[in-house]
Design a protein around this ligand. Structure first.
Ligand SMILES: [Zn+2]
Length: 213
């Protein structure tokens, strides 16, 4: 079974991917891991990636596609995979289709992990981090005993800039703009399935089971 996962940050997509990976024995592949592995092993592709990252640039689509292709040609994915965080654009989706076609394979399911924006906002913009020990809290879901103070060490809780409501809203908007075409693309391919991850992980996994079995 060849699977991709779609969904913006804050949907808990990574956790869902990990669970699916262990239950269905599918390697969990993320572009971040592929980048890191290639850099660590000093492959030619890894050195190219590093040259972009060192300059603070984004890794271009074309290079990302080649790294994904290289990863999908490895033996452990012969019986299937779960791809997380790729494709992010329509161009990447087309590249993936071509990569699979060359392997005489195809995508079985594009799993869209859905959480309403207002819940994502609470999950991300509600996050607070202890500036001393790094423990994380959430002002809606995991409140500290004393407001603004870390339960573990008594340190001060702060909101990271990345988690500000403004930034989170912008990220969601960018995601929406980039991936809306992706959603319709997989809809047309008839492989788009949506699961709602706004309640518990168990409920989500029950939906996943229904979709995949
Ligand atoms: Zn602390």
């Amino acid at each position: 079974m060849n699977l991709i996962l779609l969904g913006p940050p804050g949907t808990g997509k990574g956790t869902v991917a990990q669970e699916i990976s262990s239950r269905y024995h599918l390697p969990h592949i993320s572009t971040g891991d592929i980048f890191r592995q290639n850099i660590k092993n000093k492959t030619a592709l890894g050195q190219e990636v590093e040259s972009y990252l060192n300059k603070g640039d984004l890794v271009p689509d074309d290079l990302t596609n080649r790294l994904v292709e290289d990863r999908l040609n490895q033996e452990d994915v012969a019986d299937g995979f779960i791809l997380d965080g790729y494709p992010r654009t329509l161009d990447q989706a087309r590249a993936l289709a071509e990569i699979l076609e060359n392997k005489k394979a195809k995508l079985d399911v594009a799993l869209n992990v859905y959480v309403p924006d207002e819940i994502i906002l609470k999950r991300l913009a509600g996050r607070r981090v202890c500036e001393s020990c790094g423990d994380t809290y959430n002002i809606y879901y995991k409140k500290p005993e004393v407001e603004g103070t870390c339960d573990t060490c008594g340190g001060k809780l702060i909101q990271r800039e990345d988690d500000s409501e403004e930034t989170v809203k912008n990220r969601l908007k960018t995601y929406e703009e980039k991936t809306a075409p992706l959603i319709s693309y997989y809809e047309q391919e008839n492989i788009l399935k949506t699961v709602d991850n706004s309640a518990s992980l168990d409920e989500t996994l029950a939906q996943v089971k229904e979709v995949l079995d």
